[in-house]
Design a protein around this ligand. Structure first.
Ligand code: GGG
Length: 358
């Protein structure tokens, strides 16, 4: 038997509770096919149900509890009928990202076989890039305040935070990734004509970092035209690096251009491995389809593959993606409605698990 990996499982809210079991069944199949062990512990916190019971999203001691694990396998958070979104997000996922210093959000964007892109004429291979999102600072800051509340002069302010350490380390990660890929092409997103202090600072740090990567071609775009080019020319991109907010937006738009956000995975990564990294689909809890059993499990299963890759189980990680692509290429009855079928979450998840076992 190979290594044992300790995994904290947090399904969270809505379709998170439906796609996580599908991801776990695939992980189990990968572990037995490739001879390693997964020790899971499942937690009910970081959810609206937990908030209703306790008045808080996380228990005291969550940091020490989760810090014992090699990785965290997360579903989705958010149930606005019960907890305002900013409270559920700041009370859970953003705490994990900050306290475990998961400063890289790595989000692959790839057109998979059997999925029709809404962009005419695109084939698998045409769209295959990464969004690297800064994950611990930037526009997601809690610095600000409200004055003159309830009057005509009511004023709200929220600051963007960019530190040299924070900007340089995400740029270094993105440049390293670009250098490791055949195209060696990095695109940086800002809005440095309108946001006149933090964004030009990001641009300056890109220029400084580029000096260390002479073989990486660098493009800088303003976010507005960049989003247009995601739709018009997704084949232009290789590694796209952006601040917390812009990276979040780009990593929903990218997968939408490849047919569905339902397949999109992400890793919230602490590259130094000082703390556990967290793997979750890009999609949220999707209250509109939650409870119907029709959510696409591929974003969660692809996140499982990224988690195994991070844990050094590279063959198992690759085999999961081959199984996903094989099932999608056959198509038909096993696909969920978002990709043109009528199948349930469990049917598609089980088809991928069976493919992995063959
Ligand atoms: N699985 C992703 C998820 O639960 N997303 C909820 C959300 O609102 N995320 C915002 C963010 O990633 O910054």
């Amino acid at each position: 038997m190979g290594a044992t990996h300790r995994i904290a499982v947090i399904p969270g809210d809505g379709i998170g509770t439906e796609v996580v079991p599908a991801g776990l069944r695939v992980l189990e199949a990968a572990a037995s096919a490739f001879g390693f062990r997964l020790d899971y512990e499942q937690y009910d916190y970081a959810s609206a149900d937990y908030y209703t019971k306790t008045g808080t999203m996380l228990p005291d001691g969550w940091f020490d509890q989760l810090n014992q694990f090699d990785a965290i396998f997360f579903g989705a958070v958010g149930w606005p009928d019960v907890v305002p979104d900013h409270i559920s997000l700041w009370g859970s996922l953003l705490q994990f990202r900050r306290h475990f210093d998961q400063y890289v959000s790595l989000r692959p964007v790839k057109l998979l076989p059997g999925i029709t892109s809404p962009l005419a004429g695109r084939e698998p291979g045409d769209v295959d890039f990464f969004v690297v999102r800064e994950n611990t600072e930037g526009e997601y800051s809690s610095i600000g305040g409200k004055i003159f509340e309830g009057t005509d002069r009511e004023t709200v302010i929220q600051e963007t935070v960019m530190t040299r350490t924070g900007v340089d380390r995400i740029l270094k990660y993105a440049f390293d990734l670009a250098q490791s890929r055949p195209k060696k092409h990095l695109t940086s997103a800002t809005k440095s004509n309108g946001i006149s202090i933090t964004m030009p600072y990001w641009d300056q740090r890109v220029e400084a970092m580029a000096q260390n990567f002479a073989d990486v071609a660098v493009d800088k775009y303003h976010i507005d035209i960049l989003t247009a080019n995601f739709v018009l020319h997704p084949d232009w991109f290789d590694v796209v690096v952006a601040s917390n907010l812009f990276g979040d937006i780009l990593s929903d738009l990218g997968p939408a251009c490849t047919g569905t956000i339902g397949v999109a995975p992400s890793g919230n990564i602490n590259p130094e491995r000082k703390f556990p990294s967290l793997f979750e689909p890009v999609h949220g809890s999707a209250p509109d389809i939650a409870g119907k059993g029709i959510a696409n499990p591929i974003g969660q299963i692809w996140s499982a593959s990224m988690m195994l890759d991070h844990l050094g189980e590279t063959e198992a990680a690759a085999a999961i993606m081959t199984a996903v692509e094989d099932v999608l290429a056959v198509g038909g009855d096993t696909l969920t409605p978002d990709i043109g079928g009528t199948a349930t979450t469990q049917t598609l998840g089980d088809a991928i698990r069976r493919q992995l076992e063959t």
